[in-house]
Design a protein around this ligand. Structure first.
Ligand SMILES: *Cc1c(COP(=O)(O)O)cnc(C)c1O
Length: 457
């Protein structure tokens, strides 16, 4: 092991950090379908989007042509506080699995928010501040996005209002305190403070909330208060763009050692970490320079890619957001409350949806007990306590490494380790107590949800 020239951790110099984000849409022959205005059925104009989102972010959202978009100096300076993130050669895991596969992971959990979400939070807060706004509103599910945004807003002195999915709000009181410590206000969703929240509560007073529902509340709050805009931590093109720092750093680090991954694996909730991780590699594939195998891993309880339909759908339960063409389970789909493992969003990034639709990326779904088995195994071998979301990628990376053992193939596997699991100990407790079970929606449940999709195209 020691004679191997590749270190356990491949760090980059500050000077090697990306100066520009990479926009994979520029290399896609078929662009992701545009967002539609639900009232007109026509593509949203920059002006319409500008009522909800910050101006510069709207420009990034609609930019399908520029391959590189410079990262403003202020954002690069903030990145330096916690980036470059380490790329780890998982020697211990390889040895334990006794696999000929070479495994690498990019670890994004080295900041207080504990995930990759800070990469986009600081960018979005920066553009909001630059536009002279008072503050931003958002939703958060498990709490990582809300925490990341609270950190970014706290740093820049922007007001931050977070609608937190009610079941998480109750299960993760410490997450809430971290956000409040960074200056954010946190409201459990659905709440009585918005019309969308009141409507959802009237229909189902017992609801434990969903991301889609919290989005509706956050958008309503932003559009009904002067000087506020809404920001979103995943799904949107702009978020994938910001998250390309993950893939760009990986590529620079691997190139230094002449390592070329065969397979790149990431968990997929709304698709931002996976999109960011694979973007530069996908660009090479799209330009015909090199081939890679890409695998999106999602929970069996919320299987947007593997069992969803590719259609225009609302991004939120309250149907206030634009329509996006994506793989979706229907905006009314709320995963079972016994699902503890994150990645609960009903849809998927339009960029990744298009790439998947064209067969450029694969997808797999995994059950949560299998995910936690992998998480525990990984924690004991590599030392890091992984977020349940990240552990979906770990599960498939381990499965693939075991396959290599059986076939003798020396594949190089790269996966995204998106964050740490310190705020997920309630879920770990269920697993450790042996009371975690697997929920898989039936075809009937999904059909019922698909039947409510908006009729477009
Ligand atoms: C939010 C989150 C995810 C899923 O979101 P994507 O947009 O699909 O990346 C994955 N891992 C962690 C740790 C997260 O916080």
């Amino acid at each position: 092991m020691t004679e191997n020239k590749i270190p356990y951790k491949i760090y980059l110099e500050e000077s090697e950090m990306p100066q520009a984000w990479y926009n994979v849409r520029a290399d896609m022959p078929v662009k992701p379908a545009p967002l539609l205005n639900p009232a007109t059925g026509k593509p949203c104009t920059a002006e319409e989007l500008g009522a909800v989102f910050c101006g510069e972010l709207v420009a990034q959202e609609l930019n399908d042509t520029d391959r590189y978009i410079p990262i403003p100096q202020e954002i690069r300076d903030f990145y330096k506080m916690y980036r470059p993130s380490p790329l780890v050669r998982a020697y211990c895991l390889e040895e334990k699995l006794d696999t000929p596969a070479k495994i690498y992971y990019k670890f994004e959990g080295n900041n207080t928010s504990g995930s990759h979400k800070l990469n986009s939070a600081i960018a979005q807060a920066y553009y909001a501040k630059n536009q002279g706004l008072k503050g931003v509103t958002t939703e958060t599910g498990a709490g990582q996005w809300g925490t990341a945004l609270a950190m970014a807003c706290g740093y820049l002195g922007l007001d931050c209002k977070v609608y937190m999915v009610k079941c998480s709000y109750e299960q993760k009181p410490f997450r809430r305190e971290v956000m409040r410590t960074y200056g954010a206000s946190v409201t459990p969703s659905p709440s009585m403070t918005t019309e969308a929240g009141r409507r959802i509560l009237a229909e189902d007073p017992e609801t434990t909330g969903s991301l889609g529902c919290a989005i509706s509340e956050a958008v309503e709050d932003a559009t009904s208060h002067e000087g506020y805009r809404y920001v979103l931590g995943s799904v949107l093109n702009q978020v994938l763009l910001h998250q390309s720092v993950i893939g760009l750093e990986c590529k620079t680090a691997l190139d230094k050692y002449g390592v070329v991954p065969d397979m790149i694996i990431g968990c997929a909730g709304g698709g931002s970490n996976l999109g960011g991780l694979i973007s530069p590699f996908m660009g090479e594939k799209l330009r015909g320079e090199r081939d890679y195998e890409f695998i999106a891993v999602e929970p069996a309880s919320c299987p947007s890619l593997t069992r969803g339909v590719f259609a225009y759908d609302f991004c939120d339960t309250g149907k206030v957001c634009p329509l996006a063409k994506m793989y979706t389970l229907g905006s009314g789909f709320i995963p079972s409350a016994n699902h503890a493992g994150g990645l609960r969003y009903h849809g998927m990034s339009p960029v990744l949806s298009e790439l998947y639709h064209e067969g450029l990326m694969e997808a797999r779904s995994v059950e949560q007990t299998k995910v936690f088995e992998a998480a525990e195994y990984f924690a004991r071998v590599e030392g890091i306590l992984p977020a349940p979301e990240s552990s979906h990628a770990i599960r498939v990376a381990i499965d693939e490494a075991i396959k290599c053992k059986e076939t003798g193939e020396e594949k190089t596997i790269l996966f995204g380790l998106t964050g740490t699991g310190y705020f997920d100990l309630y879920a770990y407790q269920k697993f450790n107590d042996g009371v975690m079970d697997d929920y898989i929606p039936t075809d009937e449940e999904l059909q019922a949800s698909f039947a409510k999709l908006p009729k477009i195209g």
